[in-house]
Design a protein around this ligand. Structure first.
Ligand code: ZN
Length: 242
């Protein structure tokens, strides 16, 4: 293979590595935000259960004070009952007493319901707390790993960028420009192999005469996709630097 082409091929290898590592770097913020979102959801669940517990406590308190009030009223009515003179007044007061007694019964059953619910909620706050602990631990581990990975990738990318500059300097400007154009147009591989007599990029058949020349290391540019077609399985080693 022509020296300039094998130089281009090496440049392409570095670029493909760079593409891969840059893409992985670009994906890290997204991975971090997934971790953050999971943690936020677990925090939210926990806060939800906590606020339900607080609501239940204040509802029970309200029941207590309503019951105290009703009992006071009941005592008041019972005292009044003794001083009433007419049957009508007496009957009306008995009705009022029955009404307040019913009210106290209702408050008692409501209090019982609230206590049952509080018991259940205490169980689920334990679960929510465990889940939150688990997610927090997982999130900090994941963040640590991602930070390490990011550091490694940044080092690797900067090393490869240096490598790339050195390799690009060895490729003739004309070839380099064509290569950059191909990459800009979205073709990550600007240099491809000859695959069963066809361009390894667009699979267009290469004329037999050109295929022979490619085998001899002569530069060939595919007329359809513009990629350089080289003999990747052939004698790259000895032909290098020719
Ligand atoms: Zn092609």
């Amino acid at each position: 293979m022509e020296g300039s082409l094998s130089g281009l091929l090496m440049l392409q290898e570095v670029d493909l590595l760079l593409d891969r590592e840059r893409a992985e770097l670009a994906g890290i913020p997204g991975e971090l935000s997934i971790v953050e979102a999971e943690l936020a959801a677990a925090r939210n669940d926990f806060a939800g259960v906590e606020s339900r517990l607080a609501d239940l406590a204040s509802a029970q308190k309200k029941c207590e004070s309503e019951k105290t009030e009703a009992r006071q009223k009941l005592a008041e009515y019972r005292t009044k009952l003794l001083s009433l003179r007419t049957n009508a007044e007496y009957k009306a007061m008995l009705e009022q007493i029955a009404y307040v007694e019913k009210r106290i019964d209702d408050i008692d059953s409501r209090t019982l319901e609230l206590m049952y619910e509080e018991d259940g909620t205490r169980g689920s706050i334990e679960d929510a707390r465990k889940k939150l602990d688990r997610y927090s631990e997982r999130a900090s581990k994941k963040k640590e790993l991602l930070a390490e990975r990011e550091k490694t990738l940044r080092e690797e990318v900067s090393r490869l960028e240096g490598d790339r500059t050195a390799r690009a300097a060895e490729v003739p400007v004309r070839l380099l420009r064509k290569y950059e154009q191909l990459r800009m147009s979205g073709r990550s591989s600007a240099v491809v192999g000859l695959v069963r007599g066809a361009c390894g990029g667009c699979h267009t058949n290469v004329p037999p005469q050109n295929a022979v020349e490619i085998g001899q290391g002569i530069s060939y540019s595919c007329p359809i996709c513009g990629r350089y077609v080289v003999d990747l399985d052939g004698n790259r080693g000895p032909a290098e630097g020719v």
